[in-house]
Design a protein around this ligand. Structure first.
Ligand code: ATP
Ligand code: MN
Length: 466
């Protein structure tokens, strides 16, 4: 028997110059057209957005095989690589042998040639990978994830895996998913009639993590520079195009960084992710630019080239109050900024990405370093066009007494955080960090307007299919 030659990916074949050589490709049929005598199959294997054109001399193949080749079917093709005279491609394969791995009944296969809405494709998330759009989005997502690791590795940061099940609530927001093995119909009770978590798996109440930050800080105070890149969970009932119940977060934590070092890192990091993706996913980004967002590439280059504006919250409030702009939510010193305010600052006022610092302490988390004015803390939010906040970070409070004071003020149970306090007791150091929601960043880079379209299988209120 003839030894089968090795499969080559479409991506590599499209730039190959081995004309006249026998090659072997596998992939899914996007379209089939032609006459009785000759057929043209567009084959895609996901390695690149472009298809390989397969030219089939129909009379040379058995009718049954040709019939089975329909949109969505999967083929293994052997043939000769030929320089293409047709428009739209440089090479094509003249098929000699075709094996049909899997058919796709045209009457029931949901992805026919016509364009489908993103909403419809969300309902068939198991198949949407096979569209040009989602192929592009998930290849870009991969490129970005790789860029994250490359950036930090090149800078000497260590990748840290923080726990997914925790007993602490980092944000104090209380929007957590409980993890329990107790019988929900008949849970053990305390003498006071409450559920007795003492009898639960971990002997205490546990939840899915909302952030790896607190644990990452512990490592930073020994390894100097670490980052996490893992799943986080928030049971917030916000059905917005920017919120998921399960999302991936990147959280660098650095010893010896003050707020300015933190801002420098955040700006440099974001610019690296964007420029790396521009360089390494040009075809996919061009496609997304053409299909969904004509200003996408321009916006990405803009973020890379322009220095971010750095100013503080109080200044931002002044600008917003003096703006001749009808906001849905009122602007008052002391209240949190909404996306509409953030976008005004970025898109209309500064026309640059913005980093805002020194927020009122009452709207931010307990761990942020307190300024001497007694009112503000050393927080920093990075604001981007179209999205508003993309990064939230701060210099961390390294002073034991000040941190303990804030924890008591907010009535956060110290019992759960003794370890977090203890590193301030033993060899504390100034340190900083931030959190970037990975999907928000993928949204920004792909131009997709709904966050559900940049994660393979989105988890949102009342939706956990697949
Ligand atoms: P928002 O005000 O948009 O809800 P947040 O203040 O709750 O954000 P942080 O707690 O600071 O956000 O989390 C850090 C980053 O994680 C945010 O800047 C954002 O990029 C991302 N993020 C937060 N919540 C979500 C979510 N539900 N889905 C996806 N990304 C999120
Ligand atoms: Mn939130």
């Amino acid at each position: 028997m003839r030894k089968e030659i090795k499969r080559i990916k479409v991506k590599d074949l499209l730039v190959s110059k081995s004309f006249g050589k026998e090659v072997h490709v596998k992939g899914w049929v996007r379209t089939k057209r032609g006459s009785k005598k000759i057929g043209f199959i567009a084959l895609n294997d996901g390695s690149i957005i472009h298809n390989m054109q397969i030219v089939v001399d129909f009379p040379e193949f058995d009718e049954q095989t040709i019939k089975q080749i329909t949109t969505g079917s999967c083929l293994s093709v052997t043939g000769t690589l030929v320089e293409s005279k047709g428009k739209g491609q440089n090479v094509e394969i003249h098929a000699r042998h075709i094996e049909v791995y899997g058919t796709a009944d045209p009457d029931t296969y949901p992805l026919q040639k016509k364009g489908h809405t993103l909403e419809f494709l969300r309902e068939i998330a198991h198949l949407r990978f096979r569209t040009n759009t989602f192929g592009a989005v998930f290849r870009v997502r991969h490129t970005m994830a790789y860029a994250v690791h490359k950036y930090f590795n090149d800078k000497g940061f260590y990748y840290l895996h923080t726990p997914i099940i925790t007993s602490s609530d980092a944000e104090g927001a209380g929007e957590m998913f409980r993890v329990s093995v107790l019988d929900d119909l008949n849970p053990p009770k305390t003498p006071e009639g409450k559920v007795d978590y003492e009898k639960d798996f971990f002997g205490k109440e546990t939840n899915l993590t909302v952030s790896g930050q607190l644990e990452a800080e512990l490592a930073a105070l020994a390894l100097s520079e670490v980052y996490t890149f893992g799943p986080t969970f928030r049971a917030e009932n916000s059905n917005t195009p920017r919120h998921l119940a399960e999302f991936w977060m990147i959280e660098p934590e650095m010893a010896f960084y003050d707020i300015n070092d933190n801002m420098d890192l955040a700006e440099d990091f974001l610019k690296f992710i964007v420029s790396y993706t521009l360089e390494n996913s040009p075809d996919d980004l061009e496609f997304l630019n053409k299909m969904y967002d004509k200003e996408l590439l321009e916006r990405l280059r803009f973020v890379v080239e322009k220095e971010f504006i750095r100013t503080n919250y109080t200044e931002a409030i002044k600008i917003l109050k003096n703006a001749n702009e009808k906001f849905e939510f009122p602007v008052e010193w002391g209240s949190d900024l909404k996306a509409e305010h953030e976008r005004f600052l970025v898109e209309k006022y500064y026309k640059r990405s913005v980093i805002l610092t020194d927020y009122p302490k009452d709207i931010k988390a307990f761990y942020m370093k307190q300024n001497n004015d007694g009112k503000t803390i050393r927080a920093m939010d990075v604001l981007f066009p179209r999205l508003g906040e993309i990064i939230g970070g701060s210099q961390r409070e390294e002073d034991y007494d000040r941190l303990k004071g804030r924890i008591d003020e907010l009535k956060i149970p110290v019992k759960e955080l003794w370890w977090y306090l203890e590193v301030r007791k033993f060899g504390t150091a100034p340190h900083s960090g931030f959190g970037l929601g990975f999907e928000r960043m993928v949204q920004f880079v792909t131009g997709m307007s709904n966050i559900r379209d940049v994660i393979p299988f989105p988890r949102t209120p009342r939706s956990a299919e697949f």
